[in-house]
Design a protein around this ligand. Structure first.
Ligand code: DGY
Length: 321
């Protein structure tokens, strides 16, 4: 039987499904292996179900000479050197489609939390500082009627735009290629260049993949273009924002607030973020609802079975750029 390694804990039904097709090496204790332990586990694996936090590079691939497929349990795959996989004939798959609505919900949550100071309010209350209610207490920004600028307008971006319509928001988007006119009409969304989007938006939201050309897409210059009463939301990937530049903007209040689910170098994050009141911080949980995480794990497993057990085309093939 072909051997499949699952690097992190998944739901029981995913292991049960894989066991019907493969010799499975699970990690249901969710141990964090050191590099050598992990490399020993994958030494004779033909398939690996990775987590978004696993780094798949040449060294990793050297350790798994029989490998045929990496099934990443995430839609993003910047943790995987797809070119290196392709050079060795290793197929890469991801989990698109099953997390769009869940991530869109979360994006709206971060947008409202940052604009209406929800985290700050809770800290204030828990610290016993709330003595009275008064008119000018914790004034935030309105979401209703505001302009939302989406950088990235794929499935998740469009799911966010659908929700924004319900808040009466005007939607601008910036992408390399324009979406169809019918989608624009349906979502009341207008394509604009990046500069225009940054200058016009009350909320700038990032929902695009991380790649060399999106590294520090939002840096000091871009933050300077944003309105002083605007909010930046990053639910995409760390590294798209220059975190040092963002900290400076938040400290100097050249923007109002930020809502962040991802960071440069995560799970480490710049400790200066922790000292700021005007940023809402969460630990990369945009897709972390139970049904969605179940669906992601099963999607990855189905890719393994389709390709490695059934000899079919992988369902969610990632192509090298
Ligand atoms: C993804 O699927 O890429 C999300 O960021 C969750 O890891």
């Amino acid at each position: 039987m072909k051997k499949v390694v699952v690097t992190r804990e998944v739901f029981k039904e995913t292991i049960d499904f894989l066991v019907d097709h493969f010799e499975v090496v699970p990690n249901q204790e969710d141990r964090l292996f050191d590099q050598q332990e992990l490399f020993d586990r994958i030494s004779d694996a033909e398939g690996i179900q990775t987590a978004g936090s696993d780094l798949v590079n040449d060294k990793f691939l050297d350790a798994a000479p029989q490998l045929k497929i990496i099934a990443n349990t995430a839609v993003g795959y910047n943790n995987i050197d797809v070119q290196a996989c392709s050079r060795r004939g290793v197929v890469v798959t991801n989990t698109p489609g099953v997390l769009d609505e869940c991530v869109a919900d979360y994006a709206i949550g971060l947008m409202i939390s940052a604009s209406r100071r929800i985290g700050e309010g809770e800290r204030y209350l828990r610290a016993g500082q709330w003595k009275a209610m008064y008119l000018k207490q914790m004034l935030g920004l309105d979401i209703n009627g505001a302009t939302l600028g989406l950088i990235g307008f794929g499935r998740i971006g469009q799911a966010i735009a659908r929700r924004a319509k319900g808040f009466g928001m005007r939607v601008l988007y910036h992408t390399r290629s324009r979406v169809s006119e019918s989608v624009e009409r349906q979502l009341k969304a207008t394509q604009v260049d990046k500069r225009h989007l940054l200058q016009q938006s009350d909320v700038v939201m990032l929902i695009l993949p991380y790649a060399k050309d999106t590294h520090h897409l939002i840096g000091e210059q871009e933050l300077q273009l944003m309105k002083s009463k605007s909010v930046l939301v990053n639910i995409a990937r760390g590294g798209i924002v220059d975190d040092k530049a963002l900290i400076k903007a938040l400290k100097q209040k050249t923007i109002f607030a930020a809502g962040l689910d991802v960071y440069e170098g995560e799970p480490q994050l710049d400790p200066e973020f922790l000292e700021l009141e005007n940023v809402v911080l969460s630990p990369h949980i945009g897709s972390a609802s139970e049904p969605t995480r179940r669906a992601m794990a099963m999607t990855a497993a189905k890719n393994l079975v389709a390709f490695l057990a059934n000899g079919d085309k992988p369902i969610n093939l990632v192509r090298p750029n």
